[in-house]
Design a binder for this molecule. Structure first.
Ligand code: HMG
Ligand code: MG
Length: 302
């Protein structure tokens, strides 16, 4: 096994984690969550999305959340921008990175962003160009790289095709996302392999939802291929509103515990991360989805 010695984690909890929350989460709580993630040592945080508030009401306070952050040097704050309208709105918030988000399945592309894969590229291309011209980094999220809630299994060729399109429009790095958490290690490895035909391993992030409890196994499978960038969500928050039945991302606490246990550095303080997860779980009046957090909190209480 050729494992990396360091892994870069991007916490997507404030965005992917909270976007599907039915109860309103005040901007001040989202801001506090970001600050607590920073305090735990996260250096990349996906803060919010500049999408239609009719589609995703929870992200309607995007500009307010971005404006309320006390930014720290060395931390990268990213936001989702599906089109030029979203990008122009985001620009005023000075994100360090923007994320265009497409899908390997046509049906999911239509459900999530209301257009075909080809049309999505026409929308993304000017966003990518404008971002790069403004000195803002560009990531491309690729949904449904192993399975789609509407089309079922997704072939690696579809992933390769999407990765190629992302590369052609100038996207700098991509997320291989298992949107509904149906992937198992070999399927995830095939999706990553298809992506590697177009992107260097350093520019590929794993983004695994944990619906079927496979996300940690999938993380290990990606690590074995040399992938060293992963997205996860504190307390395992989340899910995509347009992916029926999908639960949250793998909990950041789980990934950190796994990596540290394998001697892989993340720069993250697990105890402070557990505090950040407890903060948002308390606000939502819900038990954390992280078993590591639950175990550590029980240990503290005992
Ligand atoms: P549309 O309806 O096709 O857009 O939506 P449109 O251009 O026809 O505009 C219709 C209306 O939307 C207009 O308003 C626009 O102003 C407004 P109206 O005149 O009706 O009042 N509008 C916007 N408002 C604010 N910000 C914008 C914007 N664009 C148009 N940027 C659109 C297309 C993409 C906007 C819509 O489908 C949308 O917002 N979708 C959001 C989907 C979303 O956020 N999904 C969750 C994030 S993706 C995810 O979770 C997956 C990921 O985690 C990876 C994985 O796990 O797979 C990343
Ligand atoms: Mg996601």
């Amino acid at each position: 096994m050729n494992l990396p010695s360091f892994v870069q984690l991007i916490d997507v909890g404030p965005r992917d984690g909270l976007q599907n929350e039915k109860q309103p989460v005040p901007a001040a709580v989202k801001i506090e969550l970001v600050h607590r993630l920073e305090a735990a040592g996260l250096t990349e945080i996906e803060v919010t999305s500049f999408v239609s508030p009719k589609w995703v009401p929870q992200m309607a306070d995007n500009a307010q959340v971005m404006a309320g952050l006390q930014r720290q040097a060395g931390v990268r704050y990213s936001v989702l921008t599906p089109n030029l309208q979203g990008f122009e709105a985001a620009l005023q918030s000075k994100p360090d990175e923007i994320v265009v988000f497409g899908a390997a399945s046509e049906a999911f592309s239509h459900k999530n962003i209301n257009c075909s894969i080809a049309e999505s590229m026409e929308r993304f291309a000017p966003v990518v160009q404008a971002a790069l011209a403004a000195g803002i980094a560009v990531r491309g999220a690729m949904s449904c790289t192993v399975g789609c809630p509407y089309e079922g299994d997704v072939a690696p060729e579809r992933v390769g095709y999407l990765a190629k399109l992302m590369k052609q429009i100038g996207v700098q790095r991509v997320d291989v996302a298992d949107t509904i958490g149906v992937g198992t290690p070999l399927k995830v490895q095939r999706a990553i392999e298809a992506t590697l035909a177009h992107f260097d391993v350093a520019h590929i992030c794993g983004h695994f939802h944990d619906t079927y409890g496979q996300a940690l196994a999938n993380t290990l499978a990606a690590l074995e291929m040399g992938v060293w960038n992963f997205q996860s969500s504190v307390a395992g928050l989340g899910g995509c509103p347009y992916a029926k039945g999908a639960t949250g991302n793998v909990a950041t606490e789980e990934v950190v515990y796994l990596l540290h246990g394998m001697g892989i550095d993340t720069g993250i303080d697990l105890d402070r991360l557990v505090d950040a997860g407890a903060f948002i779980s308390d606000f939502l009046q819900r038990k954390s989805n992280s078993r590591v957090a639950t175990a550590l909190l029980n240990k503290r209480a005992g």
